[in-house]
Design a protein around this ligand. Structure first.
Ligand SMILES: [Zn+2]
Length: 377
């Protein structure tokens, strides 16, 4: 490594160390917000979600019959009869895996999910080894000081651990295939707004879990409700695809981030939903279109309950879309989130509360529209 590359490394460390308040587990009195603050810190990159799945399963109410498959999709069902309603939030987060270790101790990484490569340069990451977490910094481009450096590309994902040989790196417990996550911390911009990595979709996980814990599940009688936390959304909706083989809901509510352009720089032609104005019904995205009568029906429930909401459209897909072929209506539920897939995904507490309250209202009171025709048996 050259001396010049070390200069940017030390700058990156200082910047990240002074970037804001550190994680605090202090209870705020809002269950969804408190759960979010905890589950944000649990590692769970796509295909290695076990820690996040374990964390959720450990918090489910005693007495529910929890199901779990080999992929670590976790779910349980209460009630009986029609309609069958499914809530699903994904436990996986963007991350990397260890691809190889160079003779000089530099760890080559492979990306999992859609990071912006240019946002990774000089940033701190943590390898999840059997011996515990091992921290490192993504190396900057060798030509970063040049007038026109080449773009930072995934081929350059290399982690510097502060060691100088492969033997030292392996001595720390580093091995091929291990998960590598961004070194997380929660930045409390105000008491009501936080920014962190993995708000997508740990906020969805927290909202569904908080709803479960706040609901009287025994009161769900005249319908079937399944609460699910699934895997591998970020790399192709694979967890939901697996779930769709065993669950045939009439309605699926995919609970996931709404990528809002609510910040000063983003183009408003991308999905726009102002932060702090309530949950978001994602009426249309690249994978789904909510039928207008169904949208009006769910909006009327939010209106009746006095829950703040917005309706918007976005690019990207959602986990609910894989249930469409089974005849389900997919109504994606979101909160407005800024800076998606970055290390400062922003969320507002009242939006998460609105989302949680609507999940509870749906579980207890949602009635599907009559005359739904199954597309497929
Ligand atoms: Zn997501």
């Amino acid at each position: 490594m050259s001396a010049r590359r070390l200069i940017i490394l030390s700058t990156a460390v200082v910047l990240t160390a002074s970037a804001g308040a550190v994680f605090s587990a202090q209870a705020t009195g809002d269950k969804a917000w408190d759960l979010l603050r905890e589950i944000l810190m649990v590692p769970g990159i796509s295909s290695q979600e076990k820690p996040a799945a374990d964390w959720i399963q450990a918090r489910l109410p005693k007495g529910v019959k929890v199901e779990r498959d080999a992929k670590h999709n976790v779910w349980f069902t209460v009630g009986s009869g029609k309609p069958h309603i499914l809530f699903v939030a994904h436990t996986d987060e963007l991350g990397m895996t260890v691809e190889a270790i160079s003779p000089d101790g530099i760890v080559k990484l492979k990306g999992r999910g859609g990071f912006l490569p240019q946002a990774l340069e000089g940033r701190p990451f943590v390898i999840q080894t059997a011996k515990g977490p091992v921290e490192g910094i993504i190396l900057p481009r060798p030509d970063y000081m040049e007038r026109a450096p080449k773009p930072f590309a995934p081929a350059a994902y290399e982690l510097f651990l502060g060691v100088s040989s492969e033997k030292e790196a392996r001595g720390l417990g580093v091995a091929e295939g291990q998960a590598v996550i961004y070194k997380k911390k929660i930045i409390d911009l105000t008491d009501e707004i936080l920014a962190a990595r993995a708000v997508d979709d740990r906020a969805g996980c927290a909202a569904v879990l908080a709803a479960v814990l706040e609901l009287d599940l025994a009161a769900i009688k005249d319908r079937t409700v399944t609460f699910a936390w699934d895997v591998e959304e970020e790399i192709g909706l694979f967890g939901a695809t697996e779930l769709s083989k065993v669950l045939k809901p009439d309605y699926v509510f995919a609970v996931d981030t709404f990528v809002s352009s609510d910040d000063p720089l983003d183009n408003r032609r991308f999905g726009y939903a102002p932060l702090g104005k309530g949950l978001v019904f994602r009426a249309m995205d690249s994978s789904n279109l909510v039928p207008k009568p169904e949208l009006q029906n769910i909006i009327s429930l939010a209106e009746r309950k006095g829950i703040p909401y917005q309706v918007s459209n976005s690019r990207g897909g959602n986990d609910g879309s894989v249930f469409l072929a089974g005849g389900a209506v997919d109504i994606p539920l979101s909160w407005p989130g800024a800076h998606a897939h970055s290390f400062i995904e922003k969320i507002v507490k009242s939006d998460l509360r609105a989302l949680t309250d609507l999940i509870k209202a749906i579980a207890l009171e949602f009635t599907g529209l009559p005359g739904q025709i199954p597309l497929q048996k």
